[in-house]
Design a protein around this ligand. Structure first.
Ligand code: SF4
Length: 452
């Protein structure tokens, strides 16, 4: 389904779409308010962007430095060129441990690699321990937002789901009650898991340690109880020095949820006696994106989700309408790099208002890259109708006479033609939007009449 089609489905439930829009705007507003309490906010954004610029220019060196230091700390380091290799590596580690059930904290990378279905197909029970992720996992759905995975669901829906899955009281929608039920359910899973999987927010080249940020402490709970910790990290998550971390931690939570800091920022440096830590460094299209000069700085992304919360299209079309693991403005830049044809409608899912670039903590020029993708895509997968109309418009705009005649013709046509013809599928501009009311006179006519 293309983005406009999927967005159309989402918008059929108008009250829910409105609620979705308002809920995300509330988060955006919180982000605005807290960012204004930091006088050096813009300086932090510049600094974060520059640190990431440096990382991207020497990514290979930092990764090797990270590997060397992590190994010296006793961490097993693995490399995966794509999702398949990543999944196989995880399975191999699990098989060596005779492990049949794992707990996993939030990791967009494992979603991107489709790790859950792969492990389940191979007989491993996977329990997502982030509350929002557990909710969507119960529904066999992917997350609809990278920070707020179940943001598309209302508490009534969650209450019904928990009644069915966790036997909570029917109709009880109290969030504290529902959270408590999830907590009891998850505790049992934590206690039984021999292996815990986490994502990685930052890998520090200088020390070989990595940092995992969660609000629920679920990553820590899983890792501390398990014998083996597998951390899955996209290769762009490297930062050079530990002292750089403060810049990103100050930006991340404020941009994501409007909190001053994420509740748990856990550093993993070396395994405890008798335990193992494995880290898998995953490419999966990242080096290809690095080679695309116009799009390479999309790899600066720290996955805060702020561009989604502010985007008028994301808020009104929902995360699933993008059909990709990372939705919203940043997903619309990353996904066409993975499969341009499949995701060809995503860069068009934007008003190009630039709000995404304005809120991005690492100053990615998101809306400019969306515009660049549009041009790339139009060359190879452009709509024939739109291409022809643009050529026709170009001819008309070049000639004042042709402009005048066609203007008169179009005004007459819009007034008299039946709607079925005006909104015919070949009219790309009539899809999903109402054409403007036809004015009684042209601007030129009005001007000639009214000039003094
Ligand atoms: S592109 Fe920027 S705003 Fe969007 S998720 Fe990434 S870091 Fe956050």
């Amino acid at each position: 389904m293309s983005h406009p089609q999927a967005a159309g489905e989402f918008l059929k439930d108008h009250p829910k779409a409105k609620w979705h829009d308002e809920t995300l705007w509330f988060v955006r507003d919180k982000r605005d308010r807290i960012s204004k309490t930091i006088p050096e906010w813009e300086e932090l954004r510049n600094l974060a962007s520059q640190i990431k610029e440096n990382v991207l220019s020497k990514l290979d060196e930092y990764l090797i430095e990270f590997e060397k230091n992590a190994q010296a700390n006793g961490i097993h380091v693995h490399w995966a060129k794509d999702g398949e290799e990543h999944n196989q590596l995880v399975l191999e580690i699990l098989r060596k441990q005779n492990c049949t059930a794992i707990v996993k904290s939030k990791s967009i990378l494992t979603e991107e690699c489709h790790l859950n279905p792969y492990l389940e197909k191979n007989g491993i029970e996977v329990v997502d321990t982030d509350l929002g992720e557990r909710i969507v996992q119960f529904l066999n759905q992917p997350p609809s937002h990278i920070v707020l995975p179940a943001i598309h669901l209302k508490k009534g829906e969650i209450s019904e789901l928990f009644h069915e899955k966790l036997h909570t009281e029917k109709g009880n929608e109290d969030p504290t009650y529902l959270t408590q039920a999830a907590r009891i359910h998850l505790r049992e899973k934590f206690l039984g898991a021999k292996v815990a999987i986490t994502g990685v927010n930052f890998g520090i080249a200088e020390t070989g340690e990595f940092v995992v940020c969660t609000n629920e402490g679920n990553a820590d709970m899983g890792v501390h109880l398990a014998d083996v910790h597998i951390a899955c990290m996209g290769i762009e998550k490297i930062i050079p020095r530990r002292k750089d971390l403060g810049v990103f931690l100050r930006l991340l939570a404020r941009s994501a949820t409007g909190q001053s800091v994420t509740n748990y920022n856990s550093h993993f440096r070396s395994p405890s006696p008798g335990k193992e830590i494995h880290i898998i460094l995953v490419d999966n299209g990242r080096t290809a994106q690095l080679a695309r000069e116009k799009f390479r700085n999309s790899l600066k992304c720290i996955r805060c989700g702020a561009c989604m919360n502010t985007c008028p299209i994301y808020r009104r079309s929902g995360g699933y309408s993008y059909g990709s693991t990372v939705p919203g403005p940043i997903g619309s830049i990353l996904s066409p790099g993975l499969d341009m044809k499949k995701y060809s409608t995503l860069p068009f899912a934007s008003t190009l208002c630039g709000s995404c670039s304005d809120v991005c903590p690492v100053k990615i020029n998101i809306h400019e890259q969306l515009y660049e993708w549009r041009q790339e895509i139009t060359k190879t997968h452009g709509e024939l109708g739109k291409g022809l109309s643009m050529k026709l418009a170009s001819g008309i705009f070049k000639s004042p006479l042709a402009y005048k005649i066609s203007g008169n013709l179009m005004r007459a046509a819009l007034k008299t033609l039946p709607k079925s013809l005006i909104y015919h599928p070949i009219n790309s501009w009539g899809k999903g939007r109402n054409l403007p009311e036809t004015p009684e006179e042209t601007f030129k006519e009005w001007y000639l009449k009214n000039r003094k």
